[in-house]
Design a protein around this ligand. Structure first.
Ligand SMILES: [Fe+2]
Length: 207
């Protein structure tokens, strides 16, 4: 397991430039720490080494890498939050939580995608499961380990199917919709490999 170094932290800031949009410097540093820890505890050297997909082998983009997805979701979430707040002055959206939540929603992916973990899980699915822990749950673990607020850990944990079991926060709802919207628009725009389209994104031809 690699150490979290200053060089790795600087690399993460370069890979996810939207970190600079977080106004609270401590929150921004913890977002960087969460990703640095995720990479250090995996066999990846960079977020860019993680395949550009929604789940391992599913919704695989025709080009790019995982930073394109993380950044795309964060940017969509920021714009949706901004536009909703502009039209609804009585809607209180926490800008920093939206940005931090967008950036951290998939922070558990280095674990779930890690080729060494997958080899282990696929060789013996009944030993610790396949995967043992999905990226939303592992993301919660990382967020809380580095001292990110509960509101950000919630977004990591509830952005996907796990979020159907609870009530999502406002910022969590925005990031969840940005994530769904990202994959839905990438599919409609011809930027997903057809053979990797997940069942939930398939539509009857009449629609
Ligand atoms: Fe995502």
């Amino acid at each position: 397991m690699a150490e979290v170094t200053e060089a790795l932290r600087a690399q993460i800031r370069g890979e996810l430039p939207e970190v600079a949009a977080i106004r609270d410097a401590d929150l921004a540093a913890r977002v960087v720490e969460a990703w640095a820890l995720a990479i250090a505890r995996s066999s990846y050297a960079s977020i860019r080494d993680i395949p550009p997909s929604g789940n391992p082998g599913q919704m695989v983009m025709t080009r790019g890498d995982q930073t394109d997805h993380i950044r795309g979701v964060t940017r969509l979430a920021m714009r949706m939050a901004e536009e909703m707040a502009a039209m609804n002055p009585d809607m209180v959206v926490d800008h920093d939580i939206v940005v931090a939540g967008g950036l951290c929603h998939d922070v558990g992916k280095p674990w779930e995608y890690d080729p060494e973990n997958r080899k282990r899980w696929e060789a013996a699915p009944r030993a610790t499961g396949l995967p043992s822990i999905r990226h939303p749950a592992y993301g919660v673990h990382l967020c809380l380990t580095v001292g990110l607020p509960e509101a950000v850990a919630h977004i990591a944990g509830a952005h996907s199917g796990e979020g159907e079991l609870l009530v999502r926060s406002l910022e969590g709802t925005i990031v969840h919709l940005a994530d769904i919207g990202y994959w839905t628009m990438m599919l409609a725009g011809g930027l997903i490999r057809p053979e990797t389209v997940s069942q939930k994104y398939r539509r009857p031809i009449s629609l």
